[in-house]
Ligand binder design. Structure first.
Ligand SMILES: [Zn+2]
Ligand SMILES: [Zn+2]
Length: 151
């Protein structure tokens, strides 16, 4: 398993592999971050960076790329339709649908922490994590805003 996270003090990105150390010192601001390696192994029960137990699962695929491919296919199929190229229109539409399905099957999951946005990749199989939930995300976002206001 590997984890990507950002320094809570200066937002410098960091990356670590399991077995995780108990402490990580930020190379930029020297802030020491106390990790919880026991959360990460054998199963990821809670975030090893901030200790938060709520994590979500999503496909490890840049969403903008997916949308761009879809948009390009729409434009292309409209153009071929306009020029009465029916065979091409259908090939593009069906091709993009098949491509989408393949991507969905091939792309691995990434587990993300709601609170600190740490990304966990290459997890052992069979990890039970729930898909992204907007209400939970919203709760953490507001909590974070309140914390920033207090500072
Ligand atoms: Zn830092
Ligand atoms: Zn976290």
């Amino acid at each position: 398993m590997n984890v990507r996270f950002t320094c809570p003090a200066c937002e410098q990105p960091g990356q670590l592999q399991t077995p995780l150390p108990a402490e990580w010192v930020c190379p930029k601001c020297d802030q020491a971050l106390h990790l919880k390696p026991e959360n990460a192994e054998p199963a990821l029960t809670a975030c090893a960076v901030c200790g938060n137990a709520e994590l979500y699962r999503r496909k490890d695929f840049p969403q903008t790329l997916g949308v761009t491919i879809l948009a390009l296919c729409c434009v292309a199929s409209t153009a071929t339709y306009f020029y009465y190229q029916q065979w091409w229109t259908w090939s593009i539409l069906i091709g993009s649908a098949v491509f989408d399905c393949l991507l969905y099957l091939l792309v691995k999951d990434v587990i993300v922490c709601y609170r600190c946005d740490a990304h966990y990749r290459a997890l052992p199989a069979g990890s039970k994590h729930q898909p992204f939930e907007l209400t939970t995300f919203e709760r953490y976002r507001q909590e974070q805003m309140r914390r920033k206001q207090l500072q």
